[in-house]
Design a protein around this ligand. Structure first.
Ligand code: ADP
Ligand code: ZN
Length: 591
């Protein structure tokens, strides 16, 4: 970004130095004839030289034609006296006279100062928009030129789905005409979201590397400064530079620093940030396909982003960059193992299994730690080195909740299979799509069901099934470990919420009937219009509904305990299992 100015500064310095050096030579006497001391003495005695100046032991004079002469004389008072006796006029030059170099520097200093001031103003002036603090309005983005972009898709491992979504962008940057001719609209903005260290920056770099285009990168926090207007000016500058360098990728890391939704939280809002965000929106809207600039942004807080950022024409493509599952981790480990001297007997699959919840960055870090330990000792990285490197990384990551212990992983697996198995067995429930124990956001695991058709209203049976499924996780934990963890907190909340709605809003309880109780009339709220008796009744209806669901789910899981264990083993092995994987377990079990 500031390259232009860097170059300019360099040229300015070169120019000034050249002028200075030229001047040094000019300041020196051009031609000086040197005479021997005896010749000099003769000339004085003969009256040819009548006056000269003496600087320590150098005598210098000019003859009538203006020619300069110089001679070295002994440095003692008696020789001076003899010249005086001979009738010569002598000017003694004080030896404290500053060196000619400093004299010149001194005489040049006003010009140097002027040049510096001129340079400063020129920088300010060149920034469109004007304003007082514009010199700080440069975007500070880092630029990696196309030729220097060395990252490729093969360097990004274990997140194939995310990669697939980005291939199109690479194709577009490589050959935009193909897309424009077809009238296809390529997204101008791509938002990569996921946990820190999952490879979002790496992916963005790989897009630039694969497409062979330049890569600008800046962090969202760089836009946020104390002075109002600077962030907006930096955004403007960034986009202007980007267009100049097109085709290119502009990567904005931590976009949540600017993109947090507006006027939320802190009283009075944050003018500077809002201005910056508005400028970002304006710039993105101003983009044309022909600009061949793609904005890639990264965040781990998709939930707090301003919705305006996600509208069509802005970051309308959102790509999840998840934490890697066991297979992904193995691939990432192998990519990074190529960079070190690793013993050939390392079983990367085992290493991958023992690092649940690790991000790509943590895996890379672990390999690096192992290599460092071995560097001191010499030799190859072994399985044991990786073990101690893992401990080191895990200790460093103490504050991060996402690194999971074996025990937690096991509990989570049973919990998720509890949900999944109940869903599997209940007729009419949405089919189980996939089950994962790769953490995502705050959740340690996830069971995904996909409805076969889009539903707009729900039957009692469907909702009751949901209650059973939600309770299944907690019941599984209870059955296997005889213990309940906080992991079910969210499930329980949803169960209570759903059950309350079924009774109070949708009239699904036989004893209460089709009567709606508004939120303020529901149990817990003190409302004079509703009798304590009714509240009692509502409460017991809700409790009964939940208890029936609990019994149903519990029966399913106890009846199928063997298969629950088998599915859990499969899940622990693969960390993510699909509908088909579960079906396979069932098939094997029957056989
Ligand atoms: P993020 O931007 O998501 O926080 P980075 O892209 O900065 O994460 O990842 C940091 C480093 O971790 C990368 O430079 C790379 O060495 C390593 N890394 C992370 N994810 C992967 C991955 N999927 N494949 C290979 N290396 C990865
Ligand atoms: Zn759950």
């Amino acid at each position: 970004m500031n390259l232009f100015y860097k170059n300019l500064t360099i040229w300015l310095i070169i120019g000034l130095t050249a002028i200075l050096v030229l001047n040094l030579f000019k300041g020196q006497p051009q031609t000086v004839n040197v005479l021997t001391y005896s010749d000099f003495v003769d000339k004085v005695k003969n009256g040819v030289v009548t006056n000269f100046s003496l600087n320590k032991n150098i005598a210098s004079w000019q003859d009538s034609n203006g020619e300069r002469f110089r001679s070295v004389v002994p440095e003692n008072p008696s020789s001076v006296q003899s010249f005086i006796d001979a009738g010569a006029k002598i000017e003694i030059i004080p030896s404290r006279e500053p060196h000619w170099f400093f004299r010149i520097l001194l005489s040049w200093s006003p010009i140097l100062i002027l040049a510096a001031i001129w340079f400063f103003f020129m920088r300010k002036g060149s920034n469109q928009g004007g304003g007082k603090a514009m010199a700080f309005g440069k975007s500070k983005a880092q630029l990696i030129d196309a030729q220097q972009s060395t990252v490729r898709f093969k360097d990004v491992a274990g997140i194939d789905e995310a990669k697939e979504e980005l291939v199109e962008i690479v194709d577009f940057l490589k050959d935009p005409t193909k897309f424009t001719e077809a009238g296809a609209r390529i997204p101008t903005g791509v938002l990569l979201y996921g946990e820190p260290g999952t490879g979002k920056t790496l992916l963005a770099k790989a897009i630039a590397g694969e497409a062979g285009v330049s890569f600008f990168s800046i962090s969202g926090s760089n836009f946020v400064e104390m002075y109002v207007g600077i962030g907006a000016s930096r955004v403007r500058d960034l986009f202007a530079e980007g267009k100049k360098k097109a085709p290119c990728i502009i990567f904005i890391d931590e976009i949540d620093a600017v993109g947090r939704h507006r006027s939320s939280g802190a009283a009075g809002g944050n003018d500077e940030r809002e201005q910056t965000l508005n400028q970002l929106l304006v710039e993105m809207d101003g983009f044309e396909v022909n600009d061949k600039v793609i904005i890639v942004a990264a965040t781990n807080r998709l939930d707090i982003l301003d919705q305006a950022l996600l509208r069509p024409g802005r970051f309308d493509r959102q790509v999840l960059v998840p934490l890697p599952d066991v297979l992904g981790r193995e691939q990432i480990l192998k990519v990074h193992a190529q960079k070190i001297k690793a013993s050939t007997d390392i079983d990367w699959k085992t290493v991958a299994k023992s690092t649940p919840g690790f991000s790509g960055a943590e895996l890379a870090n672990m390999i690096n730690e192992a290599a460092l330990m071995v560097a001191r000792r010499g030799g190859m990285v072994t399985m044991r080195d990786l073990e101690s490197a893992k401990d080191k990384v895990m200790m460093g990551a103490e504050r991060r909740s996402m690194i999971i212990t074996e025990e937690e992983k096991k509990i989570t697996a049973y919990h998720e299979v509890g949900h999944a198995l109940v869903a599997w067995m209940l007729p009419g429930a949405d089919p189980v799509h996939k089950v994962t124990i790769v953490p995502r956001g705050k959740a340690l695991g996830l069971t995904m069901q996909l409805p076969e058709t889009e539903k707009h209203s729900h039957s009692y049976t469907y909702l009751f099934n949901n209650l059973c499924i939600l309770l299944g996780g907690r019941i599984a934990e209870e059955l296997v470990f005889d213990e309940i963890t906080t992991g079910s907190g969210n499930d329980i909340e949803r169960v209570s919420d759903l059950a309350r709605k079924m009774v109070c809003e949708w009239g699904m309880s036989k004893n209460i009937g089709p009567i709606v109780f508004k939120a303020s009339e529901q149990p817990g709220a003190s409302n004079p219009l509703i009798s304590a008796e009714t509240i009692e009744k509502i409460n017991s209806e809700i409790r009964e509904l939940v208890e029936t669901a609990h019994d149903t789910a519990r029966k399913i899981l106890t009846d199928n305990e063997e298969i629950m264990k088998a599915i859990t083993l499969e899940l622990l092995e693969k960390e993510t299992i699909s509908h088909k994987d579960i079906q396979n377990v069932f098939d094997q079990h029957k056989a």
